[in-house]
Design a binder for this molecule. Structure first.
Ligand code: KG4
Ligand code: ZN
Length: 361
């Protein structure tokens, strides 16, 4: 039996409508279409689930057509379909799952549902050929966790955020300081002109000897400090930039301290493959990337960070993760359901907190 080679991936779990074709013999990303929805949500200061779901339903088939066209293919050339089946905003996930089912029903192609977090966690295997096992820090707008990635469907969670995800904290900080969404890039840009030492901001849970993190207190501290700096209802540009720099430095400190801890646990468990990878939208942040690179270098571990376009939400990671499942013989049927919550490590209890994408882990 020949293994499925060309996989069409669909992703719609938050605010990006994405489709991609991946050649599993390589593996190579043949196309990667990502249509963001920032314009639709801007006025509301955050992702509105109902608006997101409707936009996914309207746009997904167009994204699929374009992904096929860019790969120089038609549906007849595809060997299998992979779709994000959770975790995420339920309406959006449903749009993608229904579209995938429609495509599978009309073509007879095999299809599988993919865990969005598995997509992020497996990306370094797609982009850098990183061999299992490796430690993964997944940092995005909805998630923050340390995972030992042992295989395509085998994950052990070492810890994670107990409240907000870092991307969520970046987005909220941007909102508090009047910067545009998504907050990560705009806070990072403002931080370049700021003094990170001017304000003393909290670094929660650093005294705890575990891999858990907390970011919600940081946003409250930003709000309070902003209020103390406002005159005539306005915030000076320099004050804003200093706050951004201080905020980013606090996130960097928490992530690096906890990564050091997670890496030492991982290296005791898996001394043969000292490797850490980072993924998720927040991994696009230069200061965070280079701080994590330093932690890896100091520990003598390989460091892998996917290219920016594959760090943020995309369908190539879903095609690849689904392709691995399809090649191992997995198939889903028309009864595949969309799951708003879907922890990767089912052996661990859910962590507290829920953000724009639901439970954190
Ligand atoms: O992985 P992603 O595209 O979607 C989720 O699964 O959440 O991550 C989006 C998040 C947003 O919160 C965004 O503000 C953050 O990633 N982000 C960044 C940067 N670029 C995107 N955070 C910090 N610095 C950045 N440069
Ligand atoms: Zn994501």
């Amino acid at each position: 039996m020949t293994l499925p080679r060309y996989i069409l991936g669909l992703e719609s779990s938050c605010d990006d409508t994405a489709a991609s074709v991946v050649d599993m013999d390589g593996p190579t990303v043949l196309s990667n279409v990502v249509w963001g929805q920032n314009d639709l949500h801007r006025a509301f200061g955050g992702v509105v689930p109902e608006i997101a779901a409707r936009a996914h339903a309207e746009k997904m088939d167009g994204a699929v057509e374009l992904a096929l066209e860019k790969a120089g293919m038609t549906l007849a050339d595809v060997d299998g379909i992979a779709v994000t089946a959770g975790p995420g905003l339920i309406g959006g996930v449903l749009s993608g799952v229904m579209c995938a089912k429609g495509l599978a029903a009309t073509t007879g192609l095999p299809f599988v549902g993919v865990n969005h977090l598995a997509g992020h966690a497996l990306t370094p295997a797609l982009t850098d050929g990183l061999a299992f096992p490796y430690l993964m820090l997944l940092v995005s707008g909805g998630h923050c966790q340390f995972l030992i990635v042992k295989g395509p469907e085998e994950f052990t969670r070492l810890g994670g955020t107990i409240d907000d995800a870092p991307g969520e904290a970046f987005d909220k900080t941007a909102r508090i300081l009047g910067l545009p969404q998504p907050g990560g890039p705009s806070v990072e840009k403002a931080a370049q002109d700021g003094d990170a030492t001017r304000f003393t901001l909290p670094r929660p849970l650093l005294d705890r000897d575990d891999c858990n993190m907390s970011f919600s207190g940081l946003k409250t501290a930003i709000l309070r400090t902003r209020d103390s700096l406002m005159t005539d209802n306005t915030l000076r540009r320099q004050d804003r930039d200093d706050l951004c720099a201080g905020f980013q430095a606090a996130v960097v400190d928490v992530l690096t301290a906890k990564t050091r801890r997670a890496l030492s646990i991982y290296m005791e468990l898996e001394p043969q493959t000292p490797a850490i990878a980072v993924a998720g939208g927040v991994a696009a942040n230069e200061a965070i990337r280079s701080a994590l690179q330093d932690v890896a270098t100091q520990a003598g571990a390989e460091f892998s960070a996917p290219p920016l376009a594959l760090c943020t939400d995309n369908a190539a990671m879903i095609a690849y993760a689904g392709g691995l499942r399809l090649r191992s013989g997995a198939r889903d049927g028309m009864d595949l359901s969309a799951r708003p919550r879907w922890p990767l490590d089912q052996s661990k209890p859910s962590m507290l907190g829920s953000g724009k994408k639901g439970a954190k882990a």
